[in-house]
Structures are given as C-alpha cells and as structure tokens.
Design a protein. Sequence first.
Length: 113
Amino acid sequence: MKQEKRDDIDTAMLMLIGFGAGALLSAVFFLFLGVFIEAGENETWSLQAVWSGLMSMCISVIIGIIALLYWKLIASKTGVLFPRLNGFKLLLAFASVVPGMALTIGLAYQFIM
C-alpha cells in the first residue's frame, strides 16, 4: 500500500502563528503610537497605554508559547520539518492575524477606558 504524501503544513500551527503575529502587531501599535494618542492635556505620554501595550505583548508571548508547545508535542511527531507557506494556507495565516489584533486591541481598550 502506498503512503500518501503529506502537505508539509499544519493548519492549526499556521493559525496560531498568525494569531500571535496579530497580537504582536497590536502590542507594537499600543506601545509606540497609543502612548502619545491616549495622553491627556498635561501629560507627555499615557501610562495606561504603556500597560496596554505590555499586556498585549504578554498575550502574544503566551500564544507563541502555545504554538511552540503544539509544535514540539504534536506537529513535529508527524515528520513535518517546518510549516511551508503555500497557496490557500498562506491566506489562512494572514487571515488569522486580524482576530489576533482584534482580541488584543479590544482587551487593551477595555484596560484604558
């Protein structure tokens, strides 16, 4: 019986990578831009925006740790060396950036307000 050739990619791994990248993008936004946007009249920078950015970075690190654990415990056992980005699954990775950004931006704005 012939063994089927694998696609060399794991969809869940790509979604975790994209979600973590979206969280990291929103964290960078809050750390560098939100500091000055959310500042009051007599403030140079907003401490709440700094805390929001750091909280978003912590979320992206947690998602990265989950992706690393998933890779070490599950995906590497299947013989796939590393996810190869190709075709439709590359679009899936880019599409999962948006929910990651939305989650961390929503949490950060709740923290600021």
